[in-house]
Design a protein around this ligand. Structure first.
Ligand SMILES: *Cc1c(COP(=O)(O)O)cnc(C)c1O
Length: 372
């Protein structure tokens, strides 16, 4: 037959047949092919290779969600009496995992606020097994200077993980910052269309083998259909993120000049405390921003409920703009004092900018201010 499919088939198979037992033994012993889709699947492998190439790592390991990638990767490097240092501003699910689950396994967990760089360095100096970073952070878009921290942690023999979800592979290059394992929730920018949950750990070959062995047993593998959708999303990633960078900068500038706003958090603005680090470390400032409205909780709620183009929904990184009040969902587990301590107020709004027309987004925000 003439003509070959441009797009690879989706291998919706759980198992694989062999002509000879010796071939089966070779796959089991050397991962030289496919035997069972919890171990490996051709479509999943294609997505892994594509992301590894995009991020500049030797390997990527695909998971059923960002949290599966995070928990499996962390567990792959910790033993009883290990020490993990995490940032206080880390993603809620990660925060819950390290603080509620890891101590029960006899693992020491130290958390340090991203503002306290000196304390963070002092804790690393004392010795650690794993340094877990995340930048930009949610919802205040703080930027952590990764390279010097990764160097210090490496001097102590630690493994350095970075959750790079908010930046996407377009705006940040973890491999160039000395990160051993770059994590992505592909539910966000990589998928890009609000229709999948997936996650990845990108790393060198040895670490990849180790994480793969844990995934094989813990079972949080990506399924082939979702791997296909991830591959499709990745083809437009750069175009989407470049456009989101541009639109978000314009929306941030509009908000910064608006009378009904107390503060705008966007690393692209000169007023952002981490702007100089962002400028050095990132290729673009991203599609996430947050801001405090000059209103109480009820007023902020009325603003949220009046948005039309921007949808009231959690998650981020897709084609549709989404808005949330962090105190009602992502940070609901924090007490009022804790929320205040990390700078998250009742009138804070977090927006993930999609691909809509910039003017339509600004008009939408403007008309919602009328409801205050
Ligand atoms: C969403 C998210 C996660 C978790 O990913 P899931 O795909 O929802 O499991 C982890 N880290 C960050 C920064 C996220 O935004």
């Amino acid at each position: 037959m003439k003509g070959k499919p441009l797009i690879s088939p989706v291998y919706l198979t759980a198992t694989y047949e062999f002509q000879r037992t010796d071939d089966l033994i070779d796959v089991v012993q050397h991962r030289s092919g496919f035997i069972y889709s919890r171990w490996d699947n051709p479509t999943v492998r294609e997505a892994e290779k594509a992301l590894a190439a995009m991020e500049g790592y030797e390997e990527a390991v695909a998971f059923s969600s960002g949290m599966a990638a995070i928990t499996t990767s962390i567990l792959a490097f910790l033993d009883k009496d290990s020490c993990i240092i995490v940032m206080r501003e880390t993603y809620g699910g990660t925060f819950e995992f390290v603080h509620r689950f890891l101590p029960r396994l006899g693992i020491e967990v130290i958390d340090v606020g991203c503002d306290e760089v000196d304390s963070l360095r002092a804790e690393i100096e004392k010795g650690l097994t794993l340094l877990y970073l995340e930048t930009p952070t949610n919802p205040l878009l703080r930027i952590i200077d990764v390279k010097p921290l990764a160097e210090l942690a490496h001097e102590k023999g630690a493994v350095v993980l970075l959750d790079s979800t908010f930046a996407s592979p377009v705006n940040q290059r973890p491999v160039e910052l000395g990160v051993d394992i770059a994590i992505h929730s592909a539910t966000k920018y990589l998928g890009g269309h609000h229709d999948i949950t997936a996650g990845f750990a990108c790393c060198n070959r040895d670490d990849g083998k180790r994480i793969w062995e844990y995934r094989k047993v813990m079972g949080g593998v990506l399924d082939p259909m979702t791997a296909f959708l991830t591959l499709r999303g990745m083809k437009t990633l750069e175009l989407r993120v470049r456009r989101q960078n541009e639109t978000t900068m314009k929306v941030a500038q509009f908000l910064a000049a608006h009378g009904k706003i107390r503060v705008v958090h966007y690393p692209g603005l000169l007023t952002h405390p981490d702007h100089p680090i962002a400028e050095r470390q990132m290729k673009g400032f991203g599609g996430m921003l947050s801001f405090e409205i000059d209103a109480d909780f009820e007023g902020t709620k009325r603003f949220m409920d009046s948005l039309k183009v921007i949808k009231l929904a959690t998650s981020l990184g897709g084609v549709t703009s989404l808005a949330t009040q962090p105190t009602t969902n992502t940070h609901v587990a924090l007490s009022a004092d804790e929320q205040q301590e990390v700078g998250i107020s009742d009138s804070l709004v977090s927006i993930s900018i999609g691909l809509e027309d910039t003017g339509a987004l600004i008009d939408d925000i403007e008309q919602a201010f009328a409801a205050l």
